[in-house]
Ligand binder design. Sequence first.
Ligand SMILES: Cc1ncc(COP(=O)(O)O)c(C=O)c1O
Length: 462
Amino acid sequence: MNKEHETMIAALSIEGAPKIITPPPGPKSREILQYQADNESSAVSYSRGMPMALARGKGATLEDVDGNVYIDFFGGAGVMALGHGHPEVLKAAHAQIDQVTHSLDIPTETRQRMVEALRKVLPKELTRVFFGGPTGSDAVEQALKLAKYNSGRYGVLAFEGAYHGMTGASLALTTDSSHRDGLGPLVPGIQFIPFPYTYRNPFGCPDERVNEQAADNLERVLDDSHSGYSKPAAVILESVQGEGGTIIPSKHFLQRVRKITEERGIILICDEIQSGLGRTGKMFAFEYGEIVPDIVTMSKALGGVGFPISAIAYREELNTWPAGKTIGTFRGNMVAFAAGATALEWMLEYDIPGRAAELGEKALVRLKAMESKSAILGEARGIGLMLALEMVEDKVSRKPSPELAKKIRKYAHQRGVMIEVGGHHNNVARLLPPLIISEELLMRGIGIIEGVVNDLESGKLA
Ligand SMILES: Cc1ncc(COP(=O)(O)O)c(C=O)c1O
């Protein structure tokens, strides 16, 4: 890492974080939270796990309305790759606001800049970009539509533990029963097979064979005419499973999935909504497999500082849609394009993915040391700055402990660090810090989490 760049990057965050001056939620936060509870939907969730009301964000830090400053390892659920209030990204957004803010898909110079920025980071095989709606779920819906339209088939094969969104088909591709239950039958034609989740080996084979076995299983269900799996339009996977608990498949698995789908004329969709744009230490996590999917979905970090946009990119031969085949009002937001293009250019200029890889390696050494000392931290894992602690009741039974993961979130928040919880069993503490976090702040935040884990283990915290 370049020393001069690191000084500039450290200055993006609030100095001296974390700073807890009143136990959260403080009095002002409590008032706003109460208003929210009284007036917004009972579905509101994050403000229950991390109770506070926010005042401002700067880099990898956030300040609440009571003056508490937090180290942000939550990153707006992986959105804030360049942190809060990145000055150059904001400057571009401000300038765009005074020009034009909405144009459906009528081109503007800013829209062209966004496409050009994407062309710089995407593999050259993915020649076409489509902006179909503001959210990640929209991108997944568009990717499926494109796959169905081109293949003439409607089935989709996805993986256990997948999270692809909250709308019609994207929800049907999401496995967490807490999101699916009570809604009746979802979109038909979607089937699931196990993901290579080595720590909870779904096959009973030796752990080192899990990735091979998962690929064998994909091949088997596709080739066995009695498997009950019809030939799908597409196979969709997260190149690294995010909400499922930061589950990292091997290079070999990605390569085999690519080969299996290619040989059978099945479209491969890599969902890079969370793992993409530098998060894992590469611009896209599928690059670890040295593969190119047929369609890639992007969102989250794409809008620079949290402006909502999403996109899919795909191969030329899939570009068969007639004009207007798929439409929508919010097909690209000019402010998000200005911010997103600036963010991508900045990421390239300062090699932010490379920096995430380097910092992630150092962080993982620290987390692995925690794992080796702890009786309740089953596995620490990570790739780039997508890091996770899988919490268990004990390391022999590996019984998942969602309570511990929630307690880590609660007490880390009280001590000034924000994290996310996920996993097949909701027992994984997930760290998704902005990629512009300084090494010092990253290690300080990890130190605080380590203190919480130790105190939970010793009984000092209950
Ligand atoms: C891999 C992945 N795909 C899709 C989505 C859905 O994106 P959104 O919440 O913007 O609809 C998410 C959200 O977390 C995600 O992580």
